[in-house]
Design a protein around this ligand. Structure first.
Ligand SMILES: Cc1ncc(COP(=O)(O)O)c(C=O)c1O
Length: 317
């Protein structure tokens, strides 16, 4: 399965747990899977592409879906960090074959822990139901026989919390979008602004307003100067460059004979810095102001004023 080199551990772990082989592709300046880096990584063994929508911004789904169709691959969307965002009018999670959302505590809405799986494919839906249950009983449609599930059921108490959270989702997203748009408008006339790539500017949530720089040193000077203005910025966060995590580079698995790395292909695959140089570079060159749904107009105007003062000065050198 192909996944972005910059994402959360779970994306890699689930592939390993399924006995499959994670193949990393580079991100682009959207911080999501770079569609132009997928095709050359496809082999006859490739089954699926995992498109992860990171830090409130949709991955560029049209070219990803086109590549998947061409090579008859499934597309799994992980919208854990971007619940409520959309791509060209369609909610994230509904574009590929199956979509998932995490309800872990740091997410926009939470049930404490747990998650949601969505699909329009009746067969995948039944498989997901059986897998998240535990008795393994055959499905009512008769399409699936015994299936040993692992009991991932969300309990009713968490379900109650989630229902209340879902009622707040539109308000949270509306507030954060309004704040972000005010900042984008406020800096819109600055010349040569290098924004994070937004495959659908209207669909993203804009919780972070990221600007790019030619090099890490310039980015760091921007961060220092913004801090001095009382508007701290941070680099892309909430994910990890997985191929350079020592345990991943060393292909550590639950047991030494775990199927993912037992095949010839599994043995030959190499992780590490050389499989994602562009990802490492891009992430070192961006910094963003974080937007809270609770920010007032004054807060967003402070952010605009700081960016307007600092960004052109850094660009001039
Ligand atoms: C992109 C992404 N996928 C998956 C997860 C994992 O979700 P969970 O902790 O609910 O398994 C997270 C964060 O926790 C995430 O950021």
């Amino acid at each position: 399965m192909i996944l972005p080199a910059w994402t959360w551990y779970s994306c890699y772990n689930t592939i390993i747990q399924a006995g499959a082989l994670p193949v990393f592709a580079e991100i682009d300046e959207s911080f999501n899977l770079d569609p132009s880096d997928i095709e050359h990584r496809i082999t006859p063994q490739t089954k699926a592409i995992m498109a992860v929508h990171l830090q409130w911004n949709p991955a560029d789904m049209d070219p990803i879906l086109e590549i998947a169709r061409k090579h008859r691959l499934k597309v799994l969307e992980d919208a854990s960090q971007s619940v409520g965002a959309s791509y060209k009018g369609r909610p994230l999670g509904s574009l590929g074959d199956i979509g998932i959302f995490s309800l872990q505590q740091s997410k926009t809405i939470t049930a404490g822990e747990g998650g949601v799986v969505v699909t329009s494919d009746a067969y995948l839906f039944e498989r997901a139901c059986r897998f998240h249950d535990v008795t393994g009983r055959p499905s009512t449609s008769g399409k699936l026989g015994f299936m040993p599930g692992l009991n991932y059921r969300l309990n009713e108490f968490s379900g109650g919390v989630l229902l209340a959270q879902m009622r707040k989702l539109d308000t949270i997203i509306g507030d954060v979008r309004r704040n972000a748009r005010r900042v984008y408008r406020g800096i819109g006339d600055l010349p040569a602004t290098h924004l994070r790539r937004l495959p659908d500017p209207d669909g993203q949530l804009g919780t972070g307003i990221f600007l790019g720089f030619p090099a890490k040193e310039t980015r760091d000077r921007y961060a220092e100067a913004m801090k001095a203005e009382g508007v701290p910025v941070s680099g892309p966060a909430g994910s990890v460059i997985l191929p350079i995590v020592p345990g991943i580079e060393q292909k550590v698995t639950v047991t030494p004979r775990w199927p993912s790395f037992a095949s010839e292909r599994g043995k030959s695959i190499r992780y590490g810095r050389e499989c994602c140089p562009r990802t490492i570079d891009i992430l070192s060159r961006f910094a963003g102001v974080m937007m809270s749904p609770k920010y007032t107009e004054r807060d967003t105007d402070d952010a605009v004023a700081a960016i307007r003062k600092v960004y052109p000065a850094i660009q001039r050198g």
